[in-house]
Structures are given as structure tokens and as C-alpha cells.
Design a protein around this ligand. Sequence first.
Ligand SMILES: [Fe+2]
Length: 205
Amino acid sequence: MDQFERLLQAAKQVIRAEQERLADGLPDVGKAVTTMESVALQRPAISHCPNRVGELLAAVPSPSEPHLAGLLDAVRDAAPVLQWTDPYAHEPDQQALRAGYFVTTLVGSRARTSALAFDDNASVFLTVQAPHLLYPLHSHLAPELYCAIAGTADWKKGDQPFESKPPGSWMVHPPWMSHAMQTRDEPLVALAIWTADLDSIATLD
Ligand SMILES: [Fe+2]
């Protein structure tokens, strides 16, 4: 098993652990598990890993739950050969966000050429966010599940106040519900899953 397969396996274990723990608590989590079991491994054609990604992955505290720690280890190992993208490259006013927020696609539709694997039913992303950084309110058509893998940050959705969420927390964002993340002293590593409308684009509010 190479580092790409290990990373997909580790992500699958995190999602499956949640499916077993919460059963009906997360919408479409079964769809995500089915996707992870049937993906076609593609491997990114080009790797691109800014130095900052490696620094943040080294700095984030390892979570205590074994399946989360296993995913973080797999991400650290594979990070240099993944393609990390800047989703707000078209937003020149977002310099702080763009310098400290990075995404890589584990599973994506064929339109996402940076993806590690292809599937048309669900998309799975890994995000890395620097400490003391606000990812401002944003929204998208795609319904979304998020799992905090490493780092405790404040999460907000809709009109609710920011809430501190430790590793292992899951967040559910229905279509077009605004959400934001504010890191404190620790970086944040998170797993994001889209379960429909996979070619949506996230826009800042
Ligand atoms: Fe989102």
C-alpha cells in the first residue's frame, strides 16, 4: 500500500467510525462511506505542496483518538506529493486567508484534476488552516459534512455564535448555510465531505 492508498484508507476509517457511532446522526454519511469503498485511485498528476503546509501539519497537536491520529499521520506522510490548492486565488483582497488556508482533494469529480481519486457521488477534501486566522463566512450549494481531525478551533454556522470544537467534532452544513472557522493558537486540519452538487463553488458572503 503506498502513501496515497494509506491516506484514503485512513480517511475511510474516520468516516466509517462515525457512521458506526452516530448511525442516523449525520445526513448522507453512508453515501460517503460507500464512495470511499468504491473510488478509483488516480493519483494527482502534479504535486504541489507549499512549505507552509508542511509547517502547519508539523505544528498541529496530534489528536488522542487513534483513527484521527492515523489520518493525521497519513496526511503528514503524503502531503509533499499531494496537490494543495488555493481556493481563493481569484480573491486578491483575501491575502491573509490565501497565505494560511490550503485544500487538497482526496476524492473529487472528474472536473477536479488535482484529486487523488475520482467519484461522482461524493467529494472528500482535506483542509489545513493556520493559527489565528479567520476563514470568513462562506456558503455553497453542496451539502457538507466536516470533521475536525486535529487542532481545536471555533466554528460558526448560520446565525449561531462561534463554538469551540475539539478533534472528532462533526459539523453539518445544509445547502447555502453560511459557515466560518476561527483558529486560535493551533492550526486546524479538517476533513470536508460534499454529498451532492459536487461542482458547486464556495463563495465568501
Ligand atoms: Fe463549506
